[in-house]
Design a protein around this ligand. Structure first.
Ligand code: ATP
Length: 290
């Protein structure tokens, strides 16, 4: 079976509190995008399933999130057997775009169909939580409010049609370090999550775009923060309705209502950056459920 593993962006990312167990309670409006890895999932040739990708530095075997998800499915359902997963990697790695989680989620959807298990989307998302906190959202796709560690999902009306430019600057950010720098009581700037949800309900793209924000931006190292800010400024200068960082970064994205303006941003950012993409909002994976 061949399928797309769509990446996600955070229209908002807020941290509500630090929990007793050391994790944080998050509140995020997540949106899947058409930028995707291409996966081929087949019954394993050998006794154990393999994961192979066109990126040499990605883990293979059972360290690859695609195989972690396959094992979680087998363990939870007792069906599915060993699978080989071939990944054409298009989503940049360690970018705040949940590329690995997207692969894991795509494997779960494939195994659900190949095995005939026919689990409900919610059950599949629940199994996905064992492979990572962004996997449940990637199982369902579309637009959703994610709470808790990211596993409590409420589907939202889709982002109105638009163009999305994503730019990943060439450095990576350590997610645990970022969380370490957040002092929840001292967060001064937060996204207007309720306003974004209301704008989605009203089909108001500009209303969504101007309320987006990611609280991790404020705790980036100053040099990194300056680069994130300059990419956002470039996107806005080209006509983006709004721009924000995704997840724990460093990818930055802008929402556009004009194809020409989005193409202008793509061209300008490509003068300085290698990883720049033009895509659109991704659909819900189980539309009947939304
Ligand atoms: P998030 O937005 O969920 O924080 P991310 O975009 O920052 O995720 P990913 O690209 O999902 O990060 O990958 C993070 C780590 O997972 C990398 O260290 C990578 O080696 C490992 N990994 C394992 N399997 C995969 C996979 N199939 N694709 C990408 N990364 C993988």
């Amino acid at each position: 079976m061949e399928l797309d593993a769509r990446a996600k962006i955070n229209l908002t990312l807020d941290i509500l509190r630090r929990r007793e167990d050391g994790y944080h309670d998050m509140q995020m409006v997540m949106q899947s995008v058409t930028l995707a890895d291409r996966l081929t999932v087949t019954p394993a040739r050998g006794a154990e399933g393999q994961a192979a990708s066109d990126l040499r530095f990605l883990p293979t075997g059972n360290k690859n999130l695609a195989q972690v998800a396959a094992a979680a499915f087998r363990e939870a359902v007792g069906l599915g057997g060993e699978v080989d997963v071939d990944i054409q990697k298009r989503v940049p790695v360690c970018a705040g775009l949940a590329g690995g989680s997207a692969d894991a989620a795509a494997v779960l959807r494939a195994m659900n169909r190949l095995s005939g298990a026919g689990l409900s989307p919610d059950r599949l998302a629940e199994i996905g939580a064992r492979a990572g906190s962004d996997v449940p959202f990637c199982v369902l796709g579309g637009t959703a409010l994610a709470e808790g560690r990211g596993e409590r999902l409420t589907p939202l009306p889709p982002l109105p049609p638009c163009r999305i430019v994503i730019c990943k600057p060439p450095f990576s950010v350590s997610t645990p370090q970022l969380f370490g720098r957040v002092n929840v009581r001292k967060i001064v700037r937060r996204p207007d999550t309720a306003g974004v949800v209301a704008a989605l309900e009203a089909g108001d793209l500009a209303g969504v775009a101007r309320r987006m924000y990611n609280v991790f931006e404020d705790v980036m190292e100053p040099r990194r923060y300056a680069e994130i800010s300059s990419i956002k400024a470039e996107l806005i200068d080209c006509g983006a309705l709004g721009a924000s960082m995704s997840g724990s970064g460093p990818s930055v994205f802008g929402l556009f209502d004009s194809e020409a303006a989005a193409r202008e941003a793509l061209a300008r950012l490509r003068d300085s950056y290698r990883d720049v993409f033009l895509c659109g909002p991704g659909p819900a994976e189980f539309p009947a459920e939304v």
